[in-house]
Design a protein around this ligand. Structure first.
Ligand code: PSU
Ligand code: MN
Length: 293
């Protein structure tokens, strides 16, 4: 029996070879509080569909890796009871029947396994300042030949150290409409990007070239947070400094969700507005790239 279970919509899209966009679900289960997570889910789904592709939420439940989610499924994923499932946790979560939200590392692995080429998220994981914590997203991006549309690394991370790791791991980076690194809720920071695309078609061409070459690492498309929702870099930097202090002693999987919750508190909810806006923007761009493949 296959360990994958899909909704009818995802099944039909796969059968008809219609383009799909994989969506990680740990942003729903751990990255955003209610009701923001449910709103993000709806906004991302309609964004992918409007762009001409089918959304495929990646999650685990009752012994299956699930692709696609109904409204009831999304209610369960956003109501606080789900585990955070990284790639290494997938077999264990399956065996235990865990309800789980997948991180980028797990969703990237599943997307590649199911031949889905594009994945959308908010911000990828990376190198945390001081604690020595490094997200499993980075290693997985080095061996999942997919395209991840994000707004750069999450603003709770060390952007420079994260970019150095991505270079070492051979992960391709494309700025979308920018020459500088998008930094999650901050539109961009002063780190130059070598490569830029201004049109989904250009990204699709790079995806096809990667496919033809058989290069095994991911292409990360860094799409800046919409200007009207983005936060000033200095405001976020000082909030993150306070949060990093407040989160001292928090380890493992809880670190990123703890820092994101703290960032929301320290910015009086503005980081949530920005997170929602960039998730929607990334889902749209992912759908448009997929539609060009
Ligand atoms: N993007 C968001 N919010 C999130 C995440 C991404 O806007 O919460 C999630 C992704 O699932 C990413 C995870 O893979 O955070 C990183 O967690 P960690 O640092 O523990 O690897
Ligand atoms: Mn970690």
């Amino acid at each position: 029996m296959t360990p994958f279970a899909m909704t009818a919509a995802v099944d039909e899209a796969l059968d008809a070879e219609r383009e799909l966009v994989a969506l990680e679900t740990s942003v729903l289960s751990h990255g955003l509080p209610a009701p923001w997570n449910r709103r993000a889910a709806e906004a991302m789904e309609s964004a992918v569909r409007s762009a001409g592709a089918e959304p495929a939420w990646v999650w685990t439940d009752a012994g299956f890796v699930r692709l696609g989610a109904t409204g009831d499924d999304l209610d369960r994923l956003t109501s606080g009871g789900a585990a955070k499932v990284a790639r290494r946790d997938l077999p264990i979560a399956l065996a235990a029947g865990t309800l789980g939200g997948t991180t980028v590392s797990a969703a990237a692995w599943v997307a590649h396994r199911m031949s889905i080429e594009v994945l959308a998220t908010g911000g990828i994981g990376g190198v945390h300042p001081r604690s020595g914590d490094v997200s499993a997203d980075l290693m997985e991006l080095s061996r999942a030949p997919i395209t991840v549309v994000c707004s750069g690394p999450k603003a709770i991370l060390d952007p420079k150290a994260t970019m150095e790791r991505l270079e070492e791991l051979g992960v391709g980076i494309l700025g979308f409409g920018t020459d500088r690194l998008p930094f999650f809720v901050v539109r961009e920071v002063d780190l130059p990007l070598e490569h830029r695309a201004d049109d989904p078609k250009e990204v699709a061409a790079a995806v096809r070239a990667r496919r033809e070459l058989g290069v095994a690492s991911a292409l990360v498309v860094c799409n800046p947070c919409p200007a009207e929702a983005a936060l000033p870099a200095d405001l976020v930097a000082s909030a993150v400094r306070r949060c990093t202090d407040r989160a001292r002693g928090v380890t493992g999987k809880r670190l990123t969700p703890t820092l994101l919750a703290c960032l929301a508190e320290e910015t009086e909810g503005r980081s949530l507005e920005a997170n929602l806006a960039l998730l929607e923007g990334n889902a749209t761009l992912a759908g448009r790239i997929a539609a060009h493949l």
